[in-house]
Design a binder for this molecule. Structure first.
Ligand code: HAM
Length: 430
């Protein structure tokens, strides 16, 4: 511990970069999003799953991929005394798979559908729309079935979630990464192409050329982008089975009237994907324009020692959803505030009694006492806060076991017995 020194403006303790506080006035949007989430996903057959924030590092290294940016550079990792390495989760798909296998959830027949909501951690360079602690809501769907139908279903679910929230103008981009066999062929074609331009690639891409050639397609550097435009498309390398699957999914989406755009150069920053992948972007988000993303990961369960079960899913970034949420959709969740004004020190005990009684009878009413300020200034503030009623307790009222109830909207005042107060407020729709 450093020596205790006086805090100055310069060395004041602040939140870590990229980790933000969510203040009470911002919580309306968060609560709304959480409420919609817990209503929407169960309606689509998903069950909530809550997972630890810390996991063994090897879970992420083996699923997301040892050569990915996330695993190479972005995880918050601690080496434990036992020499085991643990990390804060950068995403939740790997944890769902781990929990699925650990609790033998595959023993029950049928497709399993899970949803989750919570914080994720990535040590990325913070910028607008990119945080180091951010939140995701996501789903994972594990099990065999008609895979093209399930793919369309998952994309429809993501689409409808945004529509439910009143978000418009988003674009679904779609691609197919091929199966184990045709992806190999594609990667060879990709390497052949980029080999010719190796010297023109940025240093990161020169490294990716050897470690993870698909990630070359995701480079944002101007020089690389020019080369990417002319790179071979994965759609030209798909085997017959994958081509058919891709076309079926597109057909189902068109039938469901879900707009999408094919992006043949769409790749993902996580290695577990196989087959259909998608990203949902929003034009008002700026550089970090992905609201959410997902896709199929058919080999992951088996790679972790489980049965050969296909899987798919997606997740949305909640901070990014909030950034494009129509403000008029967000309900005001501020509790109805009742202010009890106590005039005269002699009434302090009576004030305690009223407050205790009201809180007991109506847990949903927030009641505060104010003994300090003048009636005028309290009324002014109550008006500003949107309080519906102010209760006034003076000597006369106290003697009559009553309070004056001032209706802030009409300005009218009524004397109400303390015993009848909760009932009276109920009648006034408080
Ligand atoms: P991802 O593309 O890494 O996918 O993240 C999904 C979403 O999380 C992004 O589209 C974005 O909205 C949000 N997000 C990611 N990083 C940040 C950040 N640093 N700051 C703010 N928001 C961020 C996954 O995580 C996969 N697990 C998705 C999935 C589920 N695939 C299959 N199942």
């Amino acid at each position: 511990m450093p020596n205790k020194e006086k805090e100055t403006t310069k060395n004041k303790v602040k939140a870590l970069r990229g980790m933000t506080d969510i203040l009470p006035e911002e919580l309306n949007a968060w609560r709304y999003l959480e409420t919609v989430t817990h209503g929407f996903f169960p309606h689509y057959g998903y069950k909530e799953i809550r997972l630890p924030l810390l996991e063994e590092t090897r879970l992420f290294a083996r699923s997301i991929g040892i050569d990915t940016e996330i695993v190479q550079k972005e995880m918050y990792t601690v080496e434990e005394k036992s020499s085991r390495s643990i990390s804060l989760r950068p995403e939740a798909t790997a944890s769902v798979v781990r929990a699925f296998l650990e609790h033998n959830l595959y023993r029950i027949n049928g497709v399993k559908k899970y949803y989750y909501l919570g914080p994720m951690f990535r040590r990325e360079r913070p910028q607008a729309g990119r945080l180091r602690q951010f939140h995701q809501v996501g789903v994972e769907l594990i099990g065999s079935g008609d895979l093209a139908l399930l793919d369309a279903d998952v994309i429809e679910t993501a689409h409808n979630f945004l529509v439910e929230l009143g978000i418009e103008k988003f674009e679904i981009q779609l691609n197919h990464l091929g199966c184990r066999v045709c992806r190999k062929v594609y990667i060879e074609r990709l390497k052949e192409y980029f080999k010719r331009y190796f010297k023109a690639l940025c240093p990161d891409c020169q490294r990716r050329f050897n470690t993870n050639p698909l990630r070359l397609l995701d480079c944002k550097k101007e020089g690389c982008r020019i080369l990417i435009k002319k790179a071979p498309k994965v759609s030209d390398s798909l085997c017959g089975k994958c081509k058919h699957h891709f076309q079926e999914v597109q057909g189902f989406l068109s039938f469901l009237k879900i707009d999408f755009r094919l992006n043949p150069h769409l790749v993902r920053g996580l290695d577990y994907y196989t087959g259909i992948i998608f990203e949902i972007i929003h034009p008002e988000l700026g550089t970090q324009n992905a609201l959410g993303a997902g896709g199929r990961y058919d080999n992951l369960i088996e790679e972790f020692g489980g049965p050969a079960l296909p899987a798919t899913g997606f997740s949305f970034g909640l901070e990014r959803i909030i950034a494009v949420l129509p403000k008029e959709k967000i309900p005001d969740l501020e509790e109805t505030k009742i202010t009890l004004v106590v005039l005269g020190k002699g009434n302090r005990v009576k004030a305690l009694e009223i407050k205790q009684k009201l809180r007991k009878e109506r847990y949903d009413i927030a009641v505060e006492t104010d003994l300090q300020r003048s009636l005028k200034s309290i009324l002014r503030q109550a008006d500003k806060l949107g309080s519906k009623f102010v209760l006034i307790l003076g000597d006369d009222e106290g003697a009559k076991e009553s309070v004056q109830v001032k209706n802030m909207a009409s300005g009218k005042q009524e004397l109400v017995k303390i015993d009848r107060l909760a009932e009276y407020l109920g009648e006034k729709n408080v």
